[in-house]
Ligand binder design. Structure first.
Ligand code: LRH
Ligand code: MN
Ligand code: MN
Length: 429
């Protein structure tokens, strides 16, 4: 089922194709001069996909206010439709990552079918023990998997196991666990005991993982526990993943680090240890801003991809990260933000692919810092847009993502069917 009229996409593409082909030929020539085969790069970019967060298609908000957009998805089926539009136009987002219980459904097989009808499958499923749900027996105000009370921990463990069961019905192969547990005051929590409780709870979840599943442990420096968070950095995450076993790995959300932290180096360390689960891509200026990927620091994103491409190039065993977006859209149409972010991630991958690895190795061996850094800059400075446009066109997507989307009138259409939602203050989700 196509959500956007194929003829509209074709008509839009027709007007641009001649230019795209010229630009592609020109870029191919440039790259050939550098010994790079543009077709090989194109094939890799075409095979690359990044998952859409189901929570990203609704307007986010801050803890101060939320200003809903038009045609907000009413339920998980609406969310899948929006994800279907993103995939139809971008052809870079073949999977969706669900968040339970934000995404509720009485028939998961119906949801799986709905996803398939939009050309979508499911990536990692996310549990949520950072807020209380209606009717739950024990509150997470003072923690979930690390709570001092055994019954509260058991409830949080049971929720994670339920997420695994739901994920199995949907074809997911991973559970992502992020907890907000921690302390807001010095002295509030016994650090070592809280971590031990985390391990004990996580072990029970780990024991319920199917053989071909992964458990992705996501760390974050702070928020909502502003003084100390239990899984606050990659060190704590790595300790936990190591204690749990080979199916547990560390997930890197780009917004979850202290300012100026060398994220690409964390990525390299996790790759070396066989513990890189994957990513939540977004961008950030100050904290967990959840801004669009590459909108603030595209070079930082590039340096992360440089590590990924190097690992694949060198054949690091077991290297298989999951790629997901995790963004909050406050002032843009979420569909536009997610499409352009997916394209940005694709772009960054392409830029890292064209880095001359042999020249970089040689410059490193010769301690030639200037040439080494120029090798990277050369990849980053190359405008790979024609490759992305061709990949989208070849797969039936739109050359001009936002142009085609706006021309389709999709947002106006759903705004008529989906009732307006009142805005208001408070609530970060
Ligand atoms: C926490 C987080 C985590 C949650 C999502 C909504 O800040 O990054 O991934 O599941 O936001
Ligand atoms: Mn995240
Ligand atoms: Mn976050």
């Amino acid at each position: 089922m196509s959500l956007i009229d194929k003829n509209l996409i074709a008509a839009h593409n027709d007007r641009l194709l001649r230019h795209v082909n010229n630009d592609y030929a020109h870029l191919g020539e440039q790259l050939a001069r550098r010994g790079i085969d543009i077709e090989a790069v194109r094939a890799k970019v075409a095979a690359f996909g990044v998952a859409i967060p189901s929570w990203g298609v609704g307007t986010g908000g801050t803890r101060f206010a939320r200003f809903p957009g038009r045609g907000e998805p009413r339920n998980v089926f609406d969310k899948l439709e929006d994800c279907g539009v993103i995939q139809q136009l971008s052809r870079a987002t073949p999977t969706v990552s669900l968040h339970i219980p934000w995404d509720t459904c009485s028939d998961w097989s119906e949801l799986r079918q709905a996803a398939a009808s939009h050309g979508l499958a499911f990536d990692a499923i996310n549990s949520n023990t950072f807020s209380d749900q209606k009717g739950q027996a024990h509150s997470y105000k003072f923690g979930s998997l690390t709570h001092g009370d055994a019954a509260t921990r058991a409830q949080a463990v049971a929720h994670n196991i339920e997420c695994i069961e739901i994920g199995q019905k949907l074809g997911s192969k991973a559970l992502t666990v992020w907890i907000g547990d921690g302390a807001n005051f010095p002295g509030q929590q016994h650090f070592r005991r809280a971590f031990d409780r985390y391990l004990e709870s996580a072990q029970q979840i780990y024991a319920a993982l199917p053989g071909d599943w992964r458990m992705m442990l996501e760390h974050k420096i702070c928020e909502p526990a502003f003084y100390a968070t239990v899984i606050q950095d990659w060190g704590s995450s790595f300790m936990a993943a190591s204690a749990l076993g080979p199916k547990a790995q560390c997930l890197v959300d780009l917004g979850h680090h202290a300012p100026n932290v060398n994220i690409e180096m964390i990525v390299a360390r996790l790759i070396a240890a066989g513990k890189l689960a994957g990513f939540h891509f977004n961008d950030s200026k100050y904290g967990d801003d959840d801004l669009d990927a590459g909108s603030v620091a595209p070079y930082r994103l590039f340096l992360v991809f440089n590590e990924l491409v190097a690992a694949a190039h060198e054949g690091v065993s077991g290297f298989d990260p999951a790629y997901m977006l995790d963004q909050s859209h406050n002032v843009t149409d979420p569909i536009e933000s997610l499409m352009t972010s997916a394209a940005q991630v694709q772009r960054t991958y392409a830029q890292a692919l064209i880095v001359d690895r042999a020249a970089l190795d040689a410059a490193q061996d010769a301690n030639d810092a200037l040439v080494a850094t120029q090798c990277l800059k050369r990849g980053f400075d190359t405008d790979v847009t024609p490759i992305l446009q061709r990949v989208r066109f070849d797969a039936g997507g739109a050359i001009d993502l936002v142009g085609a989307y706006r021309a389709s009138g999709y947002r106006q259409r759903v705004a008529e069917a989906r009732p307006a939602v009142a805005g208001g203050g408070g609530g970060i989700v």
